[in-house]
Design a protein around this ligand. Sequence first.
Ligand SMILES: Nc1ncnc2c1ncn2[C@@H]1O[C@H](COP(=O)(O)OP(=O)(O)OP(=O)(O)O)[C@@H](O)[C@H]1O
Length: 329
Amino acid sequence: MVEEKQPVLELQNVSVGYDSPAGMVQAVNDINLKIYENTIVGLIGESGSGKSTLGNAIMRLLKNNAVLTSGTIKVMGKDIYGMNKNELRKFRWSQMSMVFQSAMNALNPVLTIEEQILDVFLSHDKSMSKTEAKKKAIELMDIVSIDPRYLKSYPHELSGGMRQRVVIAIAIALDPKLVIMDEPTTALDVVVQRSILDKIKEIQRVKKYAILFISHDFSLVSELASRVAIMYAGRFIEVTDSKSLVHSERHHPYTQGLLRAIPHLTEDDVTIEGIPGNPPNLVDLPSGCAYHPRCPFAFDLCKKERPGIRHVDGREIECHLYDTVQGGV
Ligand SMILES: Nc1ncnc2c1ncn2[C@@H]1O[C@H](COP(=O)(O)OP(=O)(O)OP(=O)(O)O)[C@@H](O)[C@H]1O
């Protein structure tokens, strides 16, 4: 019997809710996912679909009013919510790390880049000398293609793109197995965005990290990731290989809507088709499939029953339209 390789990240039936005055916000709803080493999985969805909440849940960095209502999260086989505080402190950043949304603005403005990088090394490895940490900081700057002389600079002396590279450097400083990147290039111009993406690809090739790359930009994710999870109202409504996003028709109606929303340049026009309607209220989700009020193909069953996962051409799709082999859209 062939033994299955251990995934770097394994999510089993993960649900997360926020306690709010209006009721429980079901931000993440029954998520299953495995990511193996040397793999980038993209996570895509409209604003408010639960992407950041899932990232924060994996890191066990949920806000005070949020709770993991069900499921298990394992990184390198270790149950993140079964660890005590001390185990978690050692594990976080050394085995799993995260580049947060707008992280480049979260660098400490009164500390130099070097001080901030040294802090990561020295707080995790008490036996490391300052000289050794400084050497490692230089190596790290080299990896993210920043001249080491900037180690002596303060964050405001660096461009946005450079600050974002520093944040990525800090995230990979301890060589974790899993890196979660939450919109790491948002707020950067297209040219800088491209150079950061190329850098992420290059680092991943060398270091073989498992990366969960969160974004709302379909073209960016499908270029970077080998597999893509599409999130709607807290659920993965489709998990597919990224190549099929370009070449295939048979997707979840929501995925099709997102694909149509990508601008298409024609000779004299730019066409963008939005998805009519709004994402649902997560305190009071629609019955059945949460997408049914916006779905042009919805039929009676969609209102009544939440669809389970269907396997369609190697994709996992939660949609009643795919109940038969010939089915689907
Ligand atoms: N502290 C909070 N209290 C209550 N609800 C929250 C809280 N933080 C987030 N939410 C809700 O949880 C849902 C998921 O939010 P989340 O930030 O995870 O979405 P997202 O997909 O990452 O969005 P974006 O792309 O805008 O970052 C949203 O409906 C949001 O309003």
